[in-house]
Unconditional design. Sequence first.
Lengths: 370, 370
Amino acid sequence: MRIDYFMPTRVVMGENCVFDSRELFAGLGKKAMLVTGRNSAKLNGAQADVEKALVANGQARALYDKVMSNPSVECIREIVDAIGAEQCDFVIAIGGGSPLDAGKAAAALAYAPETKSALLFSTSFTSALPIVAIPSTAGTGSEVTRNAVLTNHHIKNKASMAGPAMFPRCAFLDARYLSTLSMSTTINTAVDALSHAIEGMLSIRASLFSDMLAKESISLIAKCYRRGDFGRQTREELFSASTLAGMVITNTGTVAAHAMGYMLTYNRNIDHGRATGLLLGEFLRFAQKTEQGKHAGRINEILASLDISSLDEFCSILDTLFRASGPYERFERSELEAYAAQAVRAKNRANGIAKPSEQDILDIFVKSLT
Amino acid sequence: MRIDYFMPTRVVMGENCVFDSRELFAGLGKKAMLVTGRNSAKLNGAQADVEKALVANGQARALYDKVMSNPSVECIREIVDAIGAEQCDFVIAIGGGSPLDAGKAAAALAYAPETKSALLFSTSFTSALPIVAIPSTAGTGSEVTRNAVLTNHHIKNKASMAGPAMFPRCAFLDARYLSTLSMSTTINTAVDALSHAIEGMLSIRASLFSDMLAKESISLIAKCYRRGDFGRQTREELFSASTLAGMVITNTGTVAAHAMGYMLTYNRNIDHGRATGLLLGEFLRFAQKTEQGKHAGRINEILASLDISSLDEFCSILDTLFRASGPYERFERSELEAYAAQAVRAKNRANGIAKPSEQDILDIFVKSLT
C-alpha cells in the first residue's frame, strides 16, 4: 500500500467564518490584494465580509475585480502588476474557480515576476505570497489545491501551474455565499466536484486516504441530489463535498475526463463543470470496460458511493441535470477528431488507470456529444 | 455546520519510504538530531534507514536514544541541551508515542530554551525546529498532531504542550517497522488509536471532516481485528488507521476516557493504550446513557463503524484483547476515589459531549477496574 498525502490548508466552515476567524489571516501581511470577478463577490456578500475583517485586523487592501472565466496568462500578469503597484504582501482570492486560480497564480508569480511564460506551467512553485481562499461556488476545490488552471493561448488549451507554495494558508467556506448562485451554476459546479472525486478514484495515484475523501464527497453529492432542494444543509454539504474533492485531486490529479473537457471549454466556451460532466458517463463506461487486475471493481465502488446500481442510472441522472440547464451543444465529427488528437497528449490522460487511445477518446466524444 | 480542520503534515506510506522519499527532508537542515528510545528503532531497522537517507542527502546527524516511556520535562531539557551542543537544526523522531512526543517537544523548546516549566504546557508554540516523524507503533498518531504529551511531576499527571509549529513536516509510515512489535504492544497501541477515533467522535469539536476520518479509522481497526493475523496488510491498515485517528484528535482533542486513563498511567505505570482501553467500554456505556439532542445516536454510529451491534459485544472484544496481554491490574476504591477527584478537573473531560461528574468517573473506574 502506498500513500502520499499532503494538504496543508486550514479549512474553516461556518456562517460568518471570515469575520469570526479573521485572526487566521491577521498575521499574513499588511496589505491584501483582493482578487475577484466582476460581480459575484459583491452580490453574495463575501467581499464586504472580507473588507470588514481586514478593517478589524488593521490591514489595508487593494482590489482587482476583473477576473473573467478561464483566466489567461495575460490576466495573471495584470494582477501581478497591480500587486506590485499597490505594494500588497498577501492575496485574498474570492469567487469561483477562476478568481481563486487567478489569485493563486498571481501570488506565485508575484514572487518571481520575471518568470517567462514558457516556464510558467511548471509544478515547482515553492515560493508565493500567502494566499487566503474564499470560494463562492461548491465545485472547484481550488481552495485546498496547489494548482491553478489557466488558459494558455500558446498551446490553445487550459494548463496548470502548481507548487507547494500555492496551497492557500486558509480557506473559508460560508455557505451563505452559495445562495445567490443560479441553478445552472450550482449544477455545473456540483458536477465538477463530483468529477474530481470520481476521477481521483480512477487515478493511478489513488490511495486509501484519497479514496476515503472521494467516497465521502461522492456520497454527500448524491445525498444532496436526492434531497432535491438548495437549502442551507444542502449548500453546506455541497461545500464540504467540493472541498473534500479538492483534497482528492491535489493528491491524485485528474484523469482523461478532465483532459477531454478542457477541449470543450477552450474551443467552445462551455462551462468547465458541464464540459467534463457531459463526457463523464461515457468515460466511465470506457473505464468499466477496460478495468482489470487490481483495479477491477473500481466503477462498482463509485456506484456504491453514489448509492445507485448502474452506469445507465448515472448517465440518466446527469442527462436530467444538464437538460435543465439548456439544450445540448452540437458538434461536428471533424471538430471532435481535432479535439481527440489533442486530448490524447494530455498529462492527466496518462494519470488514469483507464488510458483511452485517440480512437477511444473520439468514441467517447461522439457518443457524448452527437 | 461548523468545520475547523488543519493537518499540514505530509504523510508518506510504503515499504522503504524513508529512503525513497528522502528528498522531503533534504531541505530541512544541515544536521539532524535523531530522537529515539533505547532499542526499538535499532531492532526494527528505522534508525539505519534514516542514517542511510541522511548520508545520501549529505546531512550530518547526532543521536539521543534515551527516551523512556512517558517522557518527563527533564528528558526534554536533556534533548534540548544535546541539540544545542551538537548544533542540530532539525529533529527526526523515531519510535512509539514517547520518542515522537519527546522529539516534537524538544524541537519546540529548542527554539525557546529559556521557557520556564510553568509556561511549558501551553498550546501556543508557533516556532520550532523542523520535525520529521517516523512512527514504529500504530497507535499514537503523534506523527500528524500538534501535541506532545509529557509527564509533569509538578501536577503529578500527564500534560500536553502544543502549537502549530509542532506538526511534523513529514511523517513516514513503513509497516516493516511494526513487524518486531510484541503482541501486547500491538494490541495496546491499536486500542489507543481506536480510542482516539472514538473519543474524537464524542468531542464537542467533532465535524463532518473529523467524523469521516474517525469512521474510516474505526472500520479499519475492526477489519484488522476480524482478520486476526498480523501480516503486511494488517500492519499497513493499522498504520493507516492510527494516522487517521491522529488526524482526528489533532482537530477534535480527546475526551474523558483519555483524562481517566492518564491517572492509571501516571500512578500505576500502566501502558497508555491499555489504560485508556480498560476504561473505554464503561465510558461508552455512560456516554450512551447520557446522549441526547443533536448528539443522540453517536454511540450507534460508532458501533456501525465497528460493524457490531452492541456495547456488550464491544466490551467483550476489549476484554478478550486485554486478557491476552496478562491479568487485569487490581485497584483499591480509595485509590480510584483520588483518581476521580483529579480526573474530573481535566481539560479533555470538558471537551466531550458526555461530561461525567466526579461520581460518574468513580463509577466508571469502579466498574472497569474492580
